[in-house]
Design a protein around this ligand. Structure first.
Ligand code: NAD
Length: 466
């Protein structure tokens, strides 16, 4: 029996016993001060970077085993991404940790007001399988930078990456303040029964409801990083070849298993055929024969592959359409003749299937968004400034990309997160620090001159005192 099979065969009580009391144990590392010094935070961020860079080939191998990711993709979107976040956080620690002076109102003068960031405490970070390094370690950067302790629960659906994280983290990170718990629903349920100071969950909206309900029992705040159907809208004024190249790149990355991938395209009817031809050209340019391209990823498992196979019947595959279950391969596929009522338009696709649906105008596109859940991202391709402005003002989404898809994730200055059904809370860069912090309000007033006397009771005759 493999190690993994042996782990999965453990009785439920044993799963639970191994996580019992973890939240309290980790909170102790924060309250006792272990995690709070700038030196400790910097050292842990260095440890995180070393964990990634000293074992690069093993991370690459794990990501290839789980998702068939190419080395370049592994660096661009996972290893290098987290290294850059951790180094930037280390460089910024002094500035982020400093109190922020604020104006005290005239009526309270003389007085000094400021906010002081403090770590929320023990955080639980629950990650998904599609970017199994980035989506647990980028939040961990925020936790460490803030002085929090954290339990990281990677996804069991990316088992090679999860196992490697569990093996390497204890070698590079302080076990008093960072723990990895592998496992699935049982372990996560047992962890969620405990009282955390923050639960940071990335994944689908159904499980997010379970997570939020469990957290609510302890009044624990949550950051929920979810998904949804992120549309791209291509206006008749767009640079169609550029739009096609950028949409194709954002969609075929990680074989469409990206939370901010364009889920589908709405395109002005008169440029729809041209767009499909340009998507064909861009796909061929970027991937050649995707079947043999080392740059094209695989579907994470057979269950997801079969789900995607089912969605193919929602339209006509004018590009791609091939599926090979043995190789976990689904071809980059463009679907036309798609009905909004079909399954492919009702659920998040989360794979390399891209429906293209014509609309009459920007009004038609905005109308489709009125009835839809707010997506994690929305992309508009247009040279017409009025069309762009209307999409910006009349739709709501976690992020808006103008003539670009997906790349906003790499702009650390921008908060990354959803709104409504696509999530709540945001992170990346300083936003990660804020996500794990409480910004304590501090007001300090010298006692020498008691200007507050005017508002002490008794209130009889108070007008005369003013
Ligand atoms: P998943 O199946 O790996 O689940 C996510 C996590 O939830 C895992 O750690 C899993 O163990 C845990 N989990 C699953 N069922 C649970 C339960 N019943 N109780 C407690 N925990 C449970 O990943 P997924 O949900 O399939 O991920 C894909 C979804 O995540 C998509 O909707 C995608 O858009 C979204 N996503 C969002 C982001 C983002 O940053 N906003 C990033 C990636 C993925």
């Amino acid at each position: 029996m493999s190690d993994r099979a042996a782990t999965d065969a453990r009785p439920e009580t044993e799963h639970r016993a191994s996580v019992d009391g973890l939240a309290a144990e980790l909170r102790e590392a924060v309250t006792s001060g272990v995690t709070r010094s700038r030196e400790h935070r910097a050292q842990q961020l260095d440890g995180l970077v070393a964990m990634l860079l000293q074992h690069t080939t093993r991370w690459e191998a794990a990501l290839r085993a789980d998702l068939g990711k190419s080395e370049v993709e592994a660096h661009l979107t996972e290893i290098g991404y987290v290294v850059a976040e951790a180094r930037a956080a280390k460089r910024s620690l002094r500035r982020w940790m400093a109190p922020t002076p604020l104006l005290a109102p005239l009526a309270l003068q003389p007085a000094v007001a400021r906010t002081v960031p403090e770590p929320l405490g023990a955080a639980l970070i629950i990650g998904p399988w599609n970017y199994p390094v980035q989506l647990v370690l980028a939040p961990l950067v925020g936790a460490i930078a803030t002085g929090c302790a954290a339990v990281v629960k990677p996804s069991e659906v990316a088992p090679a990456t999860s196992a490697l994280l569990a093996e390497l983290a204890p070698q590079h990170l302080d076990a008093r303040s960072v723990r990895i718990v592998e496992g699935g629903v049982d372990e996560t349920t047992a962890l969620l029964e405990q009282r955390w100071d923050l639960v940071f969950y990335t994944g689908n909206a159904q499980v997010a409801r379970v997570v939020a309900a469990a957290a609510a029992k302890h009044l624990t705040p949550t950051v929920l990083e979810l998904g949804g159907k992120s549309p791209a809208y291509v206006h008749r004024s767009a640079d169609i070849p550029a739009a096609a190249r950028r949409i194709a790149w954002g969609k075929w990355l990680n074989a469409g298993q990206t939370c901010v991938a364009p889920d589908h395209i709405r395109v002005d009817r008169e440029v729809a055929d041209e767009l499909v031809e340009e998507l064909r050209r861009a796909t061929a340019e970027q991937l050649g024969d995707p079947r043999t391209s080392p740059d094209y990823a695989r579907i994470v498992n057979t269950r997801h592959l079969e789900r995607l196979r089912g969605l193919l019947s929602g339209g006509t595959a004018v590009i791609g359409g091939e599926v090979d279950a043995d190789d976990r391969y689904v071809a980059p596929t463009i679907l036309t003749d798609v009905d909004d009522a079909s399954a492919v338009m009702q659920e998040e696709i989360f794979g390399p299937i891209l429906p293209v649906l014509p609309v009459d105008s920007v009004d038609g596109f905005i109308e489709t968004m009125r009835g839809a859940e707010k997506p994690l991202a929305l992309y508009v391709f247009a040279r017409d400034a009025d069309a762009v402005r209307r999409v910006e003002r009349e739709t709501s989404s976690g992020a808006l990309g103008i003539n670009i898809a997906v790349a906003h994730v790499g702009a650390a200055a921008l908060p990354f997160g959803g709104v409504g059904e696509s999530g709540t809370g945001a992170y990346h860069g300083k936003h990660s620090f804020d996500a794990f912090s409480h910004h304590k309000a501090v007001l300090s007033k010298p006692t020498g001159l008691d200007t507050l006397r005017v508002i002490y009771p008794p209130f009889s005759g108070w007008r005369a005192r003013l």
